[in-house]
Design a protein around this ligand. Structure first.
Ligand code: ISL
Ligand code: CA
Length: 535
């Protein structure tokens, strides 16, 4: 079987992971210090967000040299030491591939913007005037004026992140060259940033054209054919129809891709990410049901609750006060019980929570630009701040809380972003001492994936489909059966038939409450149980 089907990936956002030299910014040295922590958790693969040379307009998602390590994070020697250390512990490393755009400080763009006749000019997308009124993800028009050539270039993110012109064959060759260069160094694959956008059609404001499939197939041939590596596409626009196209092995595009539908359900449709409504559990269940079925034996799912762009999951869908630990475990169990490869975002394994900072403490370019835009559009400050508290990307970017000492043991210097003040109660050191911690629960989830084939191969059937409090499903194969039953609320609720299920199954593989053997037809707040039987 493909190794990545039994793997669990852990995402590291290096700036906020561990600082080793006291400059307040997490770095490669910090990761090297913590490899044994990752080993103890039991993860198989590390996904590292960008550590390449960058002016850091978007925290490294704006790359100025794909072949260099950003000195903020360390040196190439340290990178190699980290890779060796991970490999020696049996952990693989995938890097972030950001090739929808470069930094405006990349040599290609510097040449391109100076001279229409440079071969690099066509590496980017130029028009004489803004031909559409398309808005960029980080506010404002996608078209930015360039004085030297008296033209406009296209950027889907910040104006310091010009989009590459994927229709130019030279661009694609350069990208394949850098991919192969890193693979030859011995890394185990890539997470590909907004990779569905490479098929865009700027003239029509179309962001996810069919061409992305063609380019990915070409890339596969040029870089991945014959190598035992894995790729995961960040495909914000993937649907249950297109995800199998990206991840069907026969099509030779990607190993798997991230779908975001389950994380868009709090948005009022068409109003963007800041205009929010309450999450309906039934909508969430339907999304998972459709994705699980669409990809079963036709592709491969990526399972994730959060990443560096998303709020903390216990604050978002659980309860980050009274039932933080219970709900953190429940969410982990529901996700890891499904078919696909699970991703754990740093800090999720100890149940880190969202923050509420005063406006001046936010660092994220998306948040900062949004505030200006919404103020101009007449939004109240209350509404803007509510949006930031709920959805701001800095929620996920506060440093890892290693212990209860000053700055949570993250740095001896001044941290680049404030810490969540709750580090005195929530931190790794205390968590590791507790027997019933979220960390311990995640260790068990990872182990179950290794021990029970059903997690990898079983099909998916949603149960209690109409119930707006319960998330439950079965996973079946010819020889085994698994059933997950979870209470998504902070109340004790009725769960008809639960006691029968308990007798029908051989045993409980995992639960977040001490199991009361005479299970009644009730679920305690955020209670989650994973039943198992062999057939
Ligand atoms: O978080 C988002 C804004 O609401 C998403 O739209 C996000 O920008 C999108 O998923 C793309 O994310 C990726 O590319 C961006 C970078 O800022 C993100 O950190 C990265 O994950 C541009 O490179
Ligand atoms: Ca540092």
């Amino acid at each position: 079987m493909d190794w990545w089907k039994k793997s669990v990936v852990y995402q590291i956002y290096p700036m906020s992971f561990k600082d080793s030299n006291g400059d307040g910014i997490g770095d490669i040295g910090g990761i090297i210090e913590k490899v044994d922590y990752l080993k103890e958790l039991g993860v198989d693969v590390i996904w590292l967000t960008p550590i390449y040379e960058s002016p850091m307009d978007d925290n490294g998602y704006d790359i100025s040299d794909y072949y260099k390590i950003n000195p903020l994070f360390g040196t190439m020697e340290q990178f190699e030491e980290m890779l060796d250390k991970l490999h020696s512990r049996g952990i693989k490393l995938i890097m972030d591939l950001v090739v929808n755009h470069t930094s405006d400080e990349h040599q290609w763009f510097k040449e391109a913007r100076k001279d229409k006749n440079s071969k690099y000019h066509d590496f980017y997308i130029w028009k004489d005037k803004p031909i559409t009124d398309q808005q960029s993800f980080f506010s404002g028009s996608v078209w930015e004026y360039n004085e030297e050539t008296d033209e406009y270039y296209y950027h889907l993110f910040s104006k310091r992140q010009p989009d590459l012109n994927w229709d130019n064959e030279e661009v694609r060759k350069e990208v394949y060259r850098l991919i192969n260069w890193w693979l030859d160094k011995g890394i185990d694959g890539f997470r590909m940033d907004v990779i569905d956008l490479i098929g865009k059609i700027p003239e029509e404001s179309v962001m996810f054209g069919e061409k992305s499939h063609i380019y990915l197939q070409e890339m596969h041939k040029a870089c991945f054919e014959g190598r035992d590596v894995f790729t995961v596409g960040e495909t914000s626009f993937a649907t249950p129809q297109s995800a199998p196209l990206y991840s069907d092995k026969e099509r030779k595009e990607l190993t798997m891709c991230f779908g975001f539908e389950h994380l868009g359900l709090e948005e009022i449709k068409g109003n963007g990410k800041w205009d929010l409504k309450k999450l309906e559990l039934n909508e969430l269940k339907q999304v998972f049901k459709i994705w699980q079925k669409a990809l079963h034996e036709k592709g491969w799912n990526s399972l994730f609750w959060s990443n560096h762009d998303q709020p903390r999951i216990v604050s978002r869908m659980g309860n980050d006060t009274t039932y933080r630990i219970e709900s953190g475990k429940m969410l982990g169990l529901v996700l890891h019980g499904m078919q696909g490869t699970p991703y754990i975002y740093q800090g999720e394994e100890i149940g880190m929570t969202n923050v509420k900072f005063p406006l001046e403490d936010y660092k994220d370019i998306e948040t900062i630009n949004m505030v200006k835009e919404k103020q101009e559009a007449g939004w109240s400050m209350e509404k803007i701040m509510a949006g930031i508290y709920a959805k701001g990307r800095d929620n996920a970017r506060t440093p890892i809380q290693w212990n209860s000492s000053e700055n949570a043991g993250f740095t001896t210097g001044t941290p680049w972003i404030k810490l969540n003040p709750n580090y005195t109660e929530i931190n790794v050191e205390d968590t590791l001492k507790q027997e019933n911690s979220i960390f311990n629960f995640y260790q068990q989830l990872i182990k179950i994936r290794k021990d029970y084939e059903i997690i990898t191969v079983g099909d998916f059937e949603l149960l209690y489909e109409e119930d707006s409090n319960i998330f439950a499903y079965t996973r079946k194969s010819e020889t085994e059966e698994l059933r997950v039953v979870a209470n998504f609320t902070g109340e004790e609720i009725e769960c008809k038939g639960l006691s029968e299920i308990a007798t029908e199954y051989d045993r409980v593989l995992l639960t977040n409450y001490t199991l009361n053997r005479t299970v009644k037809d009730v679920l305690r707040p955020y209670e989650a149980i994973m039943f198992y039987k062999s057939i």
